[in-house]
Design a protein. Structure first.
Length: 216
């Protein structure tokens, strides 16, 4: 696939008409859609390896942020780190001894508290529909400082343009491009635990309704 098409797809967020045209092509051509995803993965791998030029890296970051996929960057960077190879200690015995003396003196003089790693994001798929038969809604559990990404599945074909999530009739978060198979919605970290009904709209029209219970 021409890599310029992927760049055009990222930059078309500022031009709704152009983005709609690209989405129509991707919906009609599954092979082209698969190639676009492969190209997106290649760009993410190049970003993680430090091989992506600065303008492209900035465009990729903005694209992933708008589509709710920003969590893929730290994962790719962690996977791209080379694994250390075992080596013999004898060629470096003197240097190692000197290093240990410095380390021990620092450790005993000043305790070190490692920074805790943030927990990985919770990703859960939600199917559309309002529960009317007494069933409990899907539960989504997150730890403190943990991102929650909901994949709001479409019932039919993907809507066009920008998608907006509403809670209690009020927009929650900014409009972001509707996905090909689902709309990735990152739950705000300050959202309290409880039961929620989400409305997914596009161009002001209701697309689907979702229900879930957030457990903190």
């Amino acid at each position: 696939m021409n890599p310029d098409l992927f760049r055009q797809f990222m930059l078309s967020a500022a031009n709704p008409e152009q983005r709609d045209q690209l989405r129509e092509r991707l919906i009609a051509d599954q092979d082209l859609s698969d190639q676009l995803r492969d190209q997106e993965t290649d760009w993410i791998d190049a970003y993680a390896a430090g091989r992506l030029p600065a303008p492209d890296a900035r465009a990729l970051y903005e694209h992933l942020q708008q589509t709710g996929q920003l969590h893929r960057l730290p994962t790719a960077v962690a996977l791209a780190k080379p694994k250390s190879q075992p080596a013999s200690v004898f060629p470096h015995a003197l240097g190692l001894a000197a290093t240990l003396l410095v380390v021990f003196s620092v450790v005993f003089q000043q305790p070190h508290t490692p920074m805790p790693e943030p927990p990985p994001p919770v990703r859960q798929s939600l199917v559309p529909g309002t529960l009317r038969d007494g069933r409990a809604p899907q539960s989504v559990t997150s730890k403190p400082n943990q991102d929650v990404v909901l994949q709001l599945q479409y019932q039919d074909i993907a809507p066009r343009g920008e998608c907006q999530v509403e809670i209690a009739g009020q927009p929650y978060g900014e409009e972001t491009p509707c996905g090909l198979d689902f709309h990735a919605y990152t739950v705000p970290p300050g959202l309290a635990a409880g039961r929620y009904t989400l409305r997914l709209t596009a161009k002001g029209e209701l697309i689907h309704t979702y229900e879930f219970t957030l457990i903190r």
